[in-house]
Design a protein around this ligand. Structure first.
Ligand SMILES: C[S@@+](CC[C@H](N)C(=O)[O-])C[C@H]1O[C@@H](n2cnc3c(N)ncnc32)[C@H](O)[C@@H]1O
Length: 264
């Protein structure tokens, strides 16, 4: 699947996606993944940053609230429209642009850091996006991104539950089958039934790569891997938000922090 088609799928998702994340239905993101990502992030106060695949912009705004000077891009115009409207309503100094991660509209060595929250496995050509992120970073800059964990959320995954519904284990399959825009169709699990009945499920093209393929793409782009994170819900979080309890059995997300060497 090419980038144009990927953009069309996301454009079709964008209106409902924005409404649902803003209603708090993306519990994995809000209760676990974004807090873990920010805890894993080096200090960004006063740094210039680029958020790649920003969606409606909530995570970009979190970075701006930490003191970073943010720009952000996304391939779906409706996401950029909603993100820009938020900036107008409550300015944080963020510039949002409609652009692709595979052709970033910025000169070389523009940013101190870049981020991508859960977008790198959704991009047609993740290897090109890595090369582009490397290009726009200043020497010594870092790129931190989160993806679906390739080992525990490959194209086939099923939670195995006991009689009470508690997740005991995870069944995975098709790990070695790289996908090229295979469509995954779903709602946020916290979306109420009445809301689900009103809207089409999201159609998300996915570009699954194995862990060793991710490492090869990262190294090929010129980055060094500085740290990895595999967020797990605390006992308290799992009690408060049972939907994320399965991350105590095996991780759903993988975080990479990469560094562009200070000297090429
Ligand atoms: C799962 S959403 C994540 C959105 C946001 N980062 C968040 O965490 O809420 C993936 C995002 O990647 C964007 N995307 C997919 N392909 C892209 C590309 N080539 N360039 C820029 N954004 C892209 C989609 O439009 C979508 O907003």
């Amino acid at each position: 699947m090419d980038e144009l088609q990927v953009g069309q799928y996301w454009e079709a998702n964008a209106e409902t996606w924005t409404r649902h994340v803003r209603a708090g239905y993306d519990v994995y993101r809000d209760a676990l993944n974004t807090p873990a990502f920010l805890a894993f992030l080096p200090p960004v106060q006063g740094l210039s940053g680029l958020d790649i695949g920003c969606g409606e912009g909530e995570n970009t705004r979190q970075l701006a609230r930490l003191g970073a000077r943010m720009q952000a891009i996304d391939i779906a115009p409706t996401f950029i429209r909603h993100a820009s409207a938020s900036e107008t309503a409550a300015p944080l100094g963020i510039t949002y642009r409609h652009a692709s991660a595979t052709a970033l509209p910025f000169p070389d060595a523009t940013f101190d850091f870049a981020t991508a929250f859960m977008s790198m496995m959704d991009i047609a050509g993740p290897e090109v996006a890595l090369v582009q992120a490397y290009r726009v970073l200043k020497p010594g800059g870092f790129f931190q991104f989160s993806i679906l964990h390739p080992c525990f959320v490959p194209p086939y995954r099923r939670n195995i539950r006991d009689d009470s519904g508690e997740v005991l284990a995870v069944e995975v399959g098709r790990y070695f089958q790289a996908t090229d825009g295979a469509i995954e169709s779903w709602h946020f699990s916290a979306a109420p039934a009445a809301e689900r009945a009103k809207v089409e499920p999201f159609q998300v093209p996915r570009f699954h790569r194995t862990l060793s393929q991710w490492v090869a793409m990262i190294v090929q782009a010129g980055f060094t891997i500085e740290a990895l994170g595999e967020p797990m819900a605390s006992e308290e979080t799992a009690l408060a938000e049972p939907v994320v309890a399965d991350t105590r059995v095996a991780p759903i997300f993988l975080h990479f922090r990469l560094r562009k060497p200070a000297k090429a």
